[in-house]
Design a protein around this ligand. Structure first.
Ligand code: UT7
Length: 333
């Protein structure tokens, strides 16, 4: 699903991120499950991940990231029109985590809702917010990718326990000016025939957690990693290529690719297939692991704040996750 040519420009006016303090290293995991730093590093590239504190919920992570993005954009909470939180680890099934964020920020003039598109969620939120601003329905939007995956990991399953972490990233979208910073193209897609590859089977209406199944760890992530890997590479390559082409760009025009941070081998494969050298592909998964919807958002903020791109540069964000879902965005900063 792509953009239309007649939309008014929408720009990214600020970014922010927040990572919980607690660090869980590969060495720590060696004491919890049968694994090794060597296996985790060579198969994924992950060295450590962050774990939210007791009582620190997804909405708290999201709010902290949002405050930084709003500060950078120079936007007061009362001026916010729209809040979209992308998450698969909401504080509660209802109300939406975005409503808790609205409450925390005191952004009572905004409309707030969640979207569930797994690791692609932040870029789904970007597409929705972009469209709502470009049509004149809203002047600005706060989009957040936030996850507390540590609450949904089976810490006895080595095939998933080593992969995931907690964190949040945010961006403020506002109307832009012709020729200035602009989200040039966005792409989103899903394949519902592959829901079995990556899911949290329990805790929803299909399989409520009851006293009879409480010991089966059903409300935790289950993944067929090898299958997911193959889909991730082709879907991310294709969706990135689509936004690059629709923006009239070539690989050499791209200052930085910011991919979903799930596995360094996937990132390397994407870098090769897009013909963008690895020094122009942003990686921070060694520090945070896979933070699902938060990953691209945190990476965008870190790359922005560390000066990896500047005004006028072109960047491409691309993600892939459960659903299956995939998404990409090409941005002129
Ligand atoms: O964010 C959403 C998108 N998610 C992704 O893109 C993830 C995509 N998948 C992957 O990144 C990789 O498939 C994984 C990192 C999840 C797994 O890597 P893999 O190279 O596909 O390993 P595997 O699952 O095929 O397992 C290979 C071996 C198995 O042992 P045997 O059967 O060969 O004896 C596993 O039991 O590695 C074993 N293994 C481990 N060994 C040590 C699996 N997990 C571990 C572990 N430590 N943590």
């Amino acid at each position: 699903m792509s953009d239309t040519a007649s939309e008014l420009p929408v720009t990214i006016a600020g970014t922010g991120s927040y990572l919980p303090e607690k660090i869980l290293t590969n060495a720590d995991l060696e004491l919890m499950v049968e694994t090794s730093d060597d296996w985790i590093t060579s198969r994924t590239g992950i060295k450590e991940r962050r774990i939210a504190a007791e009582g620190e919920h997804t909405s708290h992570l999201a709010t902290n990231a949002a405050r930084k993005a709003m500060e950078q954009a120079g936007l007061d909470p009362a001026e916010l029109n729209l809040i979209i939180v992308a998450t698969i680890t909401p504080d509660t099934l209802t109300p939406a985590t975005a409503c808790y964020v609205q409450q925390n920020l005191g952004a009572l003039n905004a409309v707030a809702f969640d979207i569930s598109a797994a690791c692609s969620g932040f870029l789904f939120a970007m597409k929705i917010a972009k469209r709502l601003i470009s049509t004149g329905a809203f002047e600005n939007a706060l989009i957040v990718g936030a996850e507390k995956l540590s609450s949904f990991v089976n810490w006895e399953d080595r095939s998933t326990a080593v992969l995931f972490g907690d964190g949040a990233g945010a961006a403020i979208l506002t109307r832009g000016e012709e020729g200035g910073g602009e989200i040039l193209a966005t792409e989103i897609g899903t394949d519902g025939s592959q829901t079995h590859l990556l899911n949290i089977p329990g805790g929803g209406s299909a399989c409520p957690i009851t006293s009879k199944n409480a010991d089966k760890q059903l409300a935790t992530l289950a993944m067929l990693g090898k299958e997911v890997f193959k889909h991730a590479v082709t879907r991310m390559r294709d969706s990135a290529n689509q936004v690059i082409e629709r923006s009239g760009l070539k690989a050499e025009d791209i200052k930085l690719v910011i991919p979903h941070q799930a596995n360094l081998r996937i990132i390397d494969a994407i870098s090769k297939r897009l013909a963008v050298p690895s020094d122009r592909v942003f990686v921070n998964l060694h520090k945070y692991g896979n933070t699902s919807a938060a990953a691209c958002a945190i990476a965008l903020d870190e790359a922005h704040r560390s000066g990896k791109f500047e005004k006028g540069d072109h960047i491409v964000l691309v993600a892939f996750g459960a659903g299956l879902t995939w998404a990409a965005a090409a941005v002129r900063w």
